[in-house]
Ligand binder design. Sequence first.
Ligand SMILES: C[S@@+](CC[C@H](N)C(=O)[O-])C[C@H]1O[C@@H](n2cnc3c(N)ncnc32)[C@H](O)[C@@H]1O
Length: 258
Amino acid sequence: MTGFRADDVVARLRAAGCVFAEDEARLLLAEASSPAELDVLVARRAAGEPLEHLVGWAEFCGLRVAVAPGVFVPRRRTEALVAAAVALGGPGAVVVDLCCGSGALGLAVATSLRDVELHAADVDPAAVACAAANIAAVGGRAYAGDLFEALPHELRGRVDLLLANVPYVPSEALALMPPEARLHEARVALDGGADGLDVARRVIAEVPAWLAHGGSLLFETGEAQAPAAVAAVTHAGLAARVVTDDDRGATVVVGTLA
Ligand SMILES: C[S@@+](CC[C@H](N)C(=O)[O-])C[C@H]1O[C@@H](n2cnc3c(N)ncnc32)[C@H](O)[C@@H]1O
């Protein structure tokens, strides 16, 4: 949008505590079609709405991923999980993105590996609709439901890569999250129960029946949660290892079915 002082937008965003005020101003200016619309967008951003919900997309693994209001905004640290998955997979892999949110992980893996068979699932209908639109371009299909219940049964024993960026924030820590997440992302997208690993444990318990031989489960945890997560993966009969990415601040647990 032209005819509006970019400096004013930057100043308002900076006063509201936006660290990347210049970048955000540029995106909001591009999004708004009138000064009035820009004013509303800047006010909403200053009040704490995620930039990605305002502009309708997030950048992830170099891709522009659509993110609908209320749907979890894919985090840059999760690019580490994608990199670990891509290193394990190859063309033609059967990939499942469980707890898919916007479908960003499956989309990124499918874009890197090419010709994969991609399935994505989430319990939140808004996320499923968002993911379905995002992954259609790579031939992916999205389903609604609780964890594995959402998936076609024909996938049992066939999955090469099971990506599962499950919620893993301990319930008590939710109140400490930044308002962008706490107020604008669904609790079901964040809350991992008492120690943060409740959903991960449910996935680990069921995943051996769904993986192909040599197939892998990949999920993100906090650094301090990794030992308990590894113990659960090992207990389920998978070979476990941890991938850390200091630059991205990411910890990824990988469990492989021998
Ligand atoms: C941390 S978000 C991750 C979203 C996406 N994978 C990403 O990284 O951008 C967790 C997602 O898990 C979904 N979820 C939570 N519990 C679930 C369950 N029991 N079955 C399926 N999806 C679930 C939430 O709706 C949310 O979209």
